[in-house]
Write a protein that binds this ligand. Structure first.
Ligand code: AMO
Length: 429
């Protein structure tokens, strides 16, 4: 047994008790005959005192920061110590030595740039801020699952090696193996639709790959996509579901991660339901009135969304009814205006965090939609054939976890929140 207590479990009531704690050397100071070690474990930081004359004293004199120790000692209440408690070592076992000097300051006093942090990621992940980020992410994902379970969704897993593009052809990663074209999945789109055609309500949390050319704070080559697909539903049902998911997620994080949010000095936005909705056409009009050079059919990218945010002043809002031709082939046209589609993006301030739509569920319409986009229906035969067998109307969305994490942590780049991000420049660590 490496420990009897986590350092946060030590309290003045344990005064005089013998305990065993284990963790990393966060800081070490020698004050004339007494060595004070700040020992960090997953719960926090506690103070260890090693007196001169103790057999451990010489062992730890020159030990480097971030080395790992087990300390066996007696708890002593002392108001001068952090949390009013310290452990007077009887014996110290060194589990692992860390090299000095460290390439990155784990205490965070000396700031490092993002390239250094990613290069020295193990040490960076030990910083309290990064531990807070990962805890918040875990609560957010748990909350996402719980909301969907509550509404009768089933978690599924779809293939990640696929035969055809779903979200546009340019961003595909080829896979060499099958003797014919194969790619890493850009999204679970076609398979989640087929699963909804069988069991109605499905969701998946899994990696997706995009060979993004642009190096931005919001794009990765590999990201976790949180996907939902629902049969007998349209995009309005899906937007209502997203409101519930985001409401629960933000409130669960605020409730369960109070300490972590304090460490990050951040408060996630308050969620109002229903969230504001503006149509794509309205958004274009607002942007034009603000002097932005934009016309129907153009994408509304981050710079334009910043202008929109300064007008709307809403932290979370939907932009709905996008031009049909600017959305992927599976998106349903609007009945009353076929130039538009039953689609939406959910925007956090100026960042798209979710994208979704009602889907085409009629085979001929899908075939036409592929042709109009210059795609060959034969490449999608495996998908299209299922539409001969009573495919229900359905709708769904994809939510990018790393972008959601920016909303939940206040950090500025998806590369900061993902432990080992992949982009054009990074394959390791
Ligand atoms: P879309 O392509 O908009 O839609 O992606 C859905 C969401 O995934 C996130 N995202 C990314 N995050 C990090 N790096 C990237 N390169 C990246 N690309 C996308 C965004 C985005 O909103 N199949 C549809 C969804 C659906 O309709 O069900 C799709 O993939 O947060």
């Amino acid at each position: 047994m490496f420990r009897t207590h986590l350092v946060s479990e030590l309290n003045p009531k344990l005064d005089g008790a013998e305990v065993k704690v284990a963790g990393w050397v966060h800081n070490i100071r020698n004050l004339g005959g007494k060595v004070f070690i700040l020992l960090r474990d997953k719960s926090g930081i506690g103070q260890i005192v090693v007196e001169k004359g103790n057999s451990a004293y010489d062992k730890i004199m020159n030990i480097g920061l971030e080395s790992t120790l087990v300390v066996n000692g007696i708890v002593k209440a002392d108001p001068r110590a952090p949390n009013g408690i310290e452990v007077h070592a009887k014996d110290v076992e060194i589990l692992s030595y860390a090299k000095s000097p460290l390439p990155l300051d784990v205490t965070g006093k000396v700031k490092a740039d993002i390239d250094t942090r990613l290069r020295e990621r193990l040490l960076d992940l030990r910083r309290l801020e990064m531990q807070a980020v990962l805890k918040i992410q875990s609560v957010a994902v748990k909350s996402f699952r719980e909301t969907l379970y509550k509404y009768g969704f089933v978690e599924v897993f779809t293939p990640k090696i696929i035969a055809s593009a779903t979200e546009g052809g340019a961003q595909l990663f080829p896979v060499l193996y099958f003797g014919k074209e194969a790619f890493l999945a850009q999204s679970p789109q076609l398979y989640k639709e087929l699963l909804a055609g069988a069991i109605e309500r499905v969701f998946e949390i899994a990696p997706a790959w995009r060979a993004e050319e642009s190096d931005t704070p919001y794009h990765l080559s590999e990201f976790i996509s949180m996907d939902v697909e629902m049969a007998f539903a349209d995009y309005n049902d899906i937007m209502a579901l997203i409101e519930q998911i985001i409401y629960n997620m933000i409130n669960d994080v605020k409730r369960e991660c109070e300490n972590e949010l304090k460490i990050l000095n951040y408060t996630p936005p308050d969620v109002k339901i229903p969230m504001k909705k503006i149509s794509y056409s309205e958004a274009i009009e607002i942007l034009k009135s603000k002097g932005v050079n934009i016309k129907f059919g153009d994408d509304i990218g981050t710079p334009e969304l910043r202008v929109l945010y300064s007008e709307l002043k809403e932290d979370l809002y939907f932009v709905t009814d996008w031009p049909w031709l600017s959305r992927p082939f599976y998106t349903k046209q609007k009945k009353d205006n076929p130039q538009l589609s039953e689609s939406f993006d959910l925007i956090f301030k100026w960042l798209e965090i979710v994208s979704g739509s009602s889907r085409n569920h009629v085979k001929e319409v899908l075939e036409n939609s592929l042709k109009v986009r210059g795609l060959n229906p034969e490449s999608f035969e495996f998908f299209l054939k299922w539409f001969d067998y009573g495919m229900p109307p359905h709708a769904g969305f994809g939510m990018g976890l790393a972008r959601v994490m920016l909303m939940l942590t206040g950090l500025q780049s998806v590369k900061e929140v993902v432990p080992f991000p992949r982009d054009k420049k990074r394959l390791t660590p």
